[in-house]
Design a protein around this ligand. Structure first.
Ligand code: CAA
Length: 258
């Protein structure tokens, strides 16, 4: 694993920590490689049900590494964006929920990284934004696309055009953050949510993620068709039988993840 990214797994919960505080966790080659390695390792570990992604120090991630990008050619810049997008897609496509624990600045590539996660819980010290226009560039790791999908085109355009860095409270209002808590409550709250999700039927949770991700960008009809197919698929699992019979028998369900 890259020296700047740690992966800890315990009790079905993976915690990925970006640890390059001296550069506010800016995304250079090593950090990107570390995120990629972490999600490949998570994909191979059948025990994991939920992942929390966070940063050390005062930033979640303050963006792609400006010092590493400054002298890129147009072709190199395009391929850097494609690499970042491909690695971020590993998070979005990871079959179990990923929670961003946004501990501080989530700017540029950091905001884009948080947006690949399924749920974003933030410290009240966090700040978010897409300040790329201050640098003469546009977001390259999915910001123009995911910001608009999360908060609507109009609010997204406002943030993209102005480069404004917004407070955690404003990000909550805009639907960018799901919840804002005191800094010392951030990891306990994320662990609480992770444990809640980890106790549910894993295949069902995973298919919920797939249905939303794959079904909500097309027509409602296509999304409903996908949902019905995935609903049917849950009836191939032992957990469906267990969950429904446990309800009927008035006892807690014991899910096996199959
Ligand atoms: N890239 C490289 N280094 C960065 C960085 C970044 N994105 N953000 C911060 N750093 C470095 C600083 O250069 C500084 O290093 P030195 O001590 O060697 O000078 C160190 O981290 C600490 O940063 P500051 O001294 O600036 O800390 P601050 O508290 O005064 O300010 C901040 C914090 C407001 C977040 C400020 O660091 C900042 O504006 N950072 C840049 C944010 C930004 O523009 N992000 C978008 C990047 S472009 C992008 O991400 C494109 C894309 O979509 C792919």
């Amino acid at each position: 694993m890259s020296q700047h990214v740690r992966l800890d797994i315990a009790d079905g919960i993976g915690v990925v920590t970006i640890d390059r505080p001296e550069a506010l966790n800016a995304l250079n080659d090593q950090v990107l490689a570390g995120i990629e390695e972490a999600f490949i390792a998570l994909g191979r570990d059948a025990s994991v049900r939920v992942v929390i992604l966070t940063g050390t120090g005062k930033a979640f991630v303050a963006g792609a590494d400006i010092k590493a990008m400054a002298d890129l050619s147009p072709v190199e810049a395009c391929s850097f964006a494609q690499r970042g997008q491909r690695i971020f897609n590993l998070i979005e496509d990871y079959p179990h929920p990923v929670i961003a624990a946004v501990n501080g600045f989530a700017l540029g590539g950091g905001c884009e990284l948080a947006m690949t996660c399924d749920i974003r819980i933030a410290s009240d010290k966090a700040k978010a934004g897409q300040p790329e226009v201050n640098l003469g560039v546009i977001p390259g790791f999915g910001g123009t696309q995911r910001l608009a999908r999360i908060m609507g085109r109009s609010q997204a355009k406002y943030l993209l055009f102005t480069g404004e860095v917004i407070s955690a409270a404003r990000a909550l209002e805009l639907g960018l953050f799901n919840e804002v808590v005191a800094p010392e409550e951030l990891m306990p709250r994320c662990m609480e949510i992770a444990r809640t999700i980890a106790a549910k039927a894993p295949v069902a949770v995973s298919l919920c993620k797939h249905a939303v991700n794959a079904g909500t960008d097309g027509t409602l009809g296509d999304g409903l068709e996908l949902e019905a197919e995935l609903f049917g698929r849950t009836f191939t699992t032992a957990d469906q039988k267990e969950g429904m019979h446990a309800f009927i028998d008035k006892r807690p369900a014991q899910f096996l993840g199959k």
